[in-house]
Design a binder for this molecule. Structure first.
Ligand code: URA
Length: 477
């Protein structure tokens, strides 16, 4: 009997190595003891496995299944996988297609449980900001720590997800089955941890999540059973937004009633935004109608050649709001085609967001500039000008119905919130009334930074923000 000793948790490399040796020796599953541990085998130890056995050729689906199932807590997982591989190398290469086979069925259940656990960890892990003066990599500033209790040994398997999404932050993830530490350059996999007694919850980070969650919560569709199925109670303790759930559920009927009443009363009420809409003199019923109105309107500040409309599909999950068209946008009549737009397009791509799937627009629809000879120098819009265009923007977003609105820079944040927003301080998730929100910098800010080391980092931070925004949309389903 061959006893195989593997590391605690999910030892994928150890399992693969052992498998190569077992297949090379032609050892049947019945001759192998996968239970590990230091106690001597009842059956006596056999000769060691060859260390240089060649790789085993397996169908891709089998390789993928091994990758997930080794993460399961079931102590029989390695023995089951060995039985699978034994049969596959003996000719049953399409074995996974036989769903009624008891071994395949059992492995499929293990695979499903691990995938579900991975999904929960991706969706429900929340970082808490901690002050760490010793942390020189991040300028002695922020560090993020999260505590999570997965059901299975998935910590290592989740690492690429969190590194990709939070590449520009310094963070630590603690769990009872292992820990991860990322310092913006390298990942360290550490031992199991105990729950920290104190994780600072009252930071702006947690508040941002709460605002985001509350704004994406539709009281008319509240279904506590479905909510609990998707977000089981055991995760609530680590979710800042969970504090809002009972209150939101309790207030849902009243909020629905208020929505109905507001709808009924709308034509008779004086809405300050509608006063601005008087410039349109009509109520557009579609985005195309709204766009016709915008195109026909004169610029508030004369000079622009044309109004630049939003671009992208109605129903886009993410809407991105910039400041105003620049020189090139004014010439071409399309948003984000000049230098800042090109930088944005590159960052979106790196963040895994295809530009054509997002809706891109601006708070102000006309280019404002001063002429210097042949050059037209960009001028920031005033708060009054942003307000003037706000009704159009809100209407536009109500037709597009994004799940998340990302504001680039202070002008866009002002348009969405109605207040002056210190972008670097409030950067991150938030809520904009009916829409989930995310505040980040404008790409032209990156273009204006003085050349030096900080530029690359600032760009990486921007990409990381966009990835994070993508993650919010994905984890909201
Ligand atoms: N900057 C913006 O904010 N919007 C554009 O469309 C181009 C540059």
């Amino acid at each position: 009997m061959h006893r195989i000793e593997l590391k605690d948790g999910a030892d994928l490399d150890g399992f693969r190595r052992a498998l190569r040796g077992l297949v090379a020796l032609g050892l049947e599953p019945g001759e192998v003891d996968w239970s590990g541990g230091a106690a001597p085998s009842l059956f006596g130890d056999a000769a060691p496995l060859p260390a240089d056995a060649p790789p085993v050729s397996l169908p891709r689906a089998v390789g993928d299944l091994i990758g997930t199932v080794v993460c399961h807590r079931d102590p029989e997982r390695y023995a089951l996988l060995h039985r699978l591989v034994w049969r596959v190398v003996r000719g049953e290469r399409d074995m996974l297609d036989h769903h009624a086979d008891p071994l395949v069925h059992r492995l499929a259940l293990l695979d499903k449980a691990v995938r579900r656990d991975l999904h929960k960890m991706h969706a429900f892990l929340r970082f808490n900001e901690v002050r760490d003066p010793a942390n020189s990599e991040s300028g002695g500033a922020e560090r993020y720590v999260a505590w999570f209790e997965p059901d299975h040994f998935i910590v290592e398997a989740t690492a690429p997800f969190f590194v990709e999404r939070f590449e520009s932050l310094v963070w630590t993830i603690l769990t009872p089955v292992g820990s991860l530490h990322w310092d913006r350059r390298s990942l360290t996999i550490g031992p199991a941890a105990v729950k920290p007694e104190h994780l600072d919850r009252d930071d702006r980070f947690a508040e941002g999540w709460q605002r985001y969650y509350e704004s994406t919560f539709n009281p008319a569709r509240v279904n506590p059973t479905a909510m609990r199925a998707e977000m089981p109670r055991k995760y609530w303790a680590n979710l800042p937004e969970a504090a809002a759930i009972p209150r939101m559920i309790r207030s849902a009927p009243a909020r629905v009633q208020a929505m109905i009443e507001a709808e009924a009363a709308a034509p008779h009420r004086r809405n300050p935004d509608k006063a601005v809409a008087a410039m349109a003199r009509q109520e557009p019923a579609t985005l195309a109608e709204l766009n016709r109105i915008i195109l026909a309107a004169d610029p508030l500040v004369p000079g622009a050649r044309q109004a630049v409309l939003g671009e992208g599909p109605e129903g886009a999950a993410i809407a991105i709001v910039g400041e105003q068209p620049g020189d090139q946008e004014d010439v071409e009549g399309r948003p984000f085609v000049g230098p800042a737009g090109q930088l944005l397009t590159r960052a979106l791509e790196e963040a895994g967001i295809e530009r054509s799937t997002a809706y891109l627009t601006n708070a102000v629809k006309h280019f404002k500039f001063v002429a210097r000879g042949k050059r037209r120098l960009h001028q920031s819009p005033t708060a009054g000008e942003v307000k003037h265009y706000r009704w159009w923007l809100m209407k536009e977003l109500s037709f597009v119905r994004p799940r998340l609105v990302v504001t680039l820079g202070a002008t866009a944040a002002l348009a969405l919130t109605g207040r002056s927003v210190p972008v670097l301080r409030e950067r991150g998730p938030t809520g904009f009334g009916d829409w989930g929100g995310f505040v980040t910098v404008h790409p032209s800010y990156l273009l204006r930074l003085p050349a030096g080391e900080g530029v690359e980092q600032a760009y990486r931070d921007f990409v990381s923000d966009l990835r994070w925004a993508r993650g919010m949309v994905e984890s909201a389903g």
